[in-house]
Design a binder for this molecule. Structure first.
Ligand code: ADP
Length: 613
């Protein structure tokens, strides 16, 4: 970008900068999209990592919780395990089994059950019929019921400890049954002593702890669950064999044993009734049971979402901080570019000023050269005019005297002689006219610089020219102020200028029917304006542009030399004044000489006044 073309308001960003800006702008949507995608990918990664961490921490937690619940369940199962064995050696039990009194045993078993905190304790004969029970006086009571079909009875009758979980055939209450054989004195098995333990307080504790647990038997039937709806449902459909075995043992009463909506196929934990969990499974070590500890996936996801929200908030904060920092950077850059622009503009302005100054200086130089040429021409002309007027003055005066003497009355001059004298008189007059003109250009040494009244200039010029003006029947109007109008300089040269102005006006109105010359002196601020207006034809178009050129004239040879105006202008310039001219709107021309006034102390003529012409 060239500085010449740099206008004030022009933006000064470099083209290369603009191109880069445009490129940046066109890439911006992609950058924004990439940043958004990156941020989303980052958040997904945060979610995934946080989920993995939550899963592993949940797995650790699950293992801890599982150990706790497993040990409480195992201890609940084992707590009363030895009691049937101890009871089987009780003499009252043995006697009753051998067919003795049961009333006392009923009371004994009742207090025993209450003390041990078990549901029921009861004695069966080898046929499975209950002959004594802790709930002997309750309704329903076990007494009189036959439990020979129960596996725990069969196991005890076979001589070993029997354990079993079932829904009570009499009470419909679920319970854990433990049994032992009762030996008669003869050493034969005379009965089976059993007790029933209620495990439901355990599941209540799970529920109240906000935990999700279930215990399933080897067939997959849920025995205990924190959620009561899951009880006696199966994790997988039961086989026909299993169903008939269960029916024979009447293990689950009338329960339909429907399949639970349990889906363990997914890699990400299991689903129960549509809710997802991370599952930990351990063998209980009794009856082939398994304990399932379920940690809801929602809890894990909740933690992951919290991490995502935290990360998103951090990202948002970072974005805001970045945008703020960027806005600040942009503001600084903008400020710097404005400064740069201002600087360039100043340089540009200075350059333009310098160029203009140089041009003005060139113009001044040119004018000075022209003026110098003109001044030197005029100076030479002045010297020439002075010597010519001096040399011709004497002979012309002598010639005029001789002719006057010859023309004296009584000399009898007439006829041809008359014609000759008249002709010679004409020639002499013409020669005098030419020398008068030349005198105008001649130097008058030395110049006399004075303060003078312009009104005096007018009266002395009119004294010289009035008769001439009147002789040519030209009306003269003079308008001068009553107060003196003072100027400083060479009064004689100012008179020369006025003479030239009036002479030109007279020449101009030569062909006018009612010729008139109007001479007006006016003051204006610190200036005096002396105008000479005529009602002649006015300045031709060429004269308007060239009137001040030396040797420009429209007058016939011998009448005008075309030097009057250029010399007048030069004289006025020496007096810090000027010459202006124009055509009047109602016809004719007006020439105005303007000089600085000294009577108001406005300005003093400079040392250049009266310089030689
Ligand atoms: P000159 O009078 O010898 O021609 P000047 O320099 O005084 O020389 O005048 C130059 C020219 O300006 C004149 O020839 C004339 O054409 C024109 N001029 C000057 N004064 C007048 C005027 N009052 N009216 C019309 N033309 C004028």
């Amino acid at each position: 970008m060239s500085t010449e073309n740099l206008a004030d308001g022009d933006p000064v960003t470099l083209d290369i900068g603009r191109t880069m800006d445009a490129k940046k702008r066109s890439r911006r949507p992609y950058v924004i999209a990439a940043v958004i995608l990156g941020a989303l990918a980052g958040l997904v990664a945060v979610f995934w990592i946080s989920q993995q961490l939550s899963v592993s921490s949940e797995a650790r937690r699950s293992a801890d919780r599982m150990s706790l619940y497993l040990s409480t369940l195992v201890s609940a199962l084992e707590e009363h395990q030895h009691l049937p064995f101890i009871l089987s050696w009780d003499p009252l039990v043995v006697q009753a089994a051998e067919g003795g009194e049961t009333n006392e045993l009923n009371l004994r078993l009742e207090s025993f059950a209450a003390e041990a905190g078990v549901d029921a304790v009861y004695l069966m004969n080898p046929e499975g019929l209950t002959i004594a029970a802790s709930n002997w006086n309750e309704t329903p009571t076990f007494v009189g019921n036959n439990y020979g079909f129960r596996p725990y009875f069969k196991q005890a009758l076979a001589g070993s400890r029997g354990v079993f979980f079932a829904i009570g055939a009499t009470t419909q209450e679920p319970g854990y049954f433990i049994s032992e054989p009762v030996y008669a004195a003869s050493g034969e098995i005379a009965g089976v002593i059993a007790l029933k333990v209620d495990l439901t307080p355990l599941t209540r504790a799970w529920r109240e702890g906000g935990e999700t647990l279930l215990a399933a038997d080897p067939r997959g039937v849920v025995i205990l669950a924190s959620n009561p709806d899951w009880n006696y449902r199966t994790l997988a459909p039961l086989t026909e064999g299993d169903r008939s075995e269960i029916a024979a043992e009447r293990q689950f009463g009338d329960e339909a044993l429907t399949t639970l909506d349990y889906d363990a196929s997914s890699r990400f934990g299991i689903a129960v009734d549509g809710t997802r969990y991370i599952q930990t499974v351990r063998d209980i070590g009794h009856l082939g049971w398994k304990l399932h500890y379920l940690a809801p996936l929602a809890r894990i996801n909740e933690q992951a979402w919290q991490s995502v929200i935290l990360a998103a908030a951090a990202l948002l904060l970072m974005t805001v901080a970045f945008l703020l920092a960027r806005a600040r950077r942009v503001r600084i850059a903008l400020f710097a570019s404005q400064e740069e622009r201002r600087g360039l503009r100043t340089i540009n302005r200075k350059l333009a000023e310098e160029i203009e100054e140089r041009r003005a200086a060139e113009r001044r130089l040119e004018r000075a050269q022209k003026e110098l040429q003109q001044v030197s021409k005029l100076a030479a002309l002045g010297q020439l005019s002075a010597s010519v007027t001096h040399e011709l003055g004497q002979p012309i005066a002598a010639m005029r005297n001789y002719l006057a003497a010859a023309d004296l009355p009584g000399n009898g001059i007439d006829g041809e002689a008359r014609e000759l004298v008249d002709h010679l008189n004409g020639i002499t007059a013409r020669m005098e006219h030419i020398t008068a003109q030349l005198r105008f250009f001649a130097h008058r040494e030395p110049e006399k610089l004075t303060h003078f009244d312009l009104r005096d200039v007018i009266s002395s010029v009119l004294a010289m020219m009035q008769s001439d003006i009147a002789g040519k029947k030209i009306a003269l109007v003079v308008d001068i102020p009553d107060e003196p109008v003072r100027a400083f300089g060479d009064m004689f040269r100012i008179e020369q200028v006025l003479v030239n102005m009036i002479r030109n006006a007279m020449d101009a109105v030569a062909e006018t029917s009612e010729p008139e010359i109007r001479l007006v002196l006016k003051t204006e601020a610190g200036e005096a304006r002396l105008s000479v207006a005529d009602n002649g034809p006015g300045l031709s178009e060429e004269a308007q542009s060239r009137a001040e050129d030396p040797f420009f004239t429209t007058k016939p040879s011998g009448t005008g030399m075309g030097l009057g105006l250029s010399i007048s202008a030069s004289i006025l310039k020496d007096h810090d004044g000027r010459m202006t001219f124009s055509n009047r709107s109602d016809g004719g021309a007006v020439f105005v000489m303007t000089l600085p006034r000294t009577d108001i102390g406005a300005s003093q003529i400079s040392g250049g006044a009266g310089g030689s012409v």
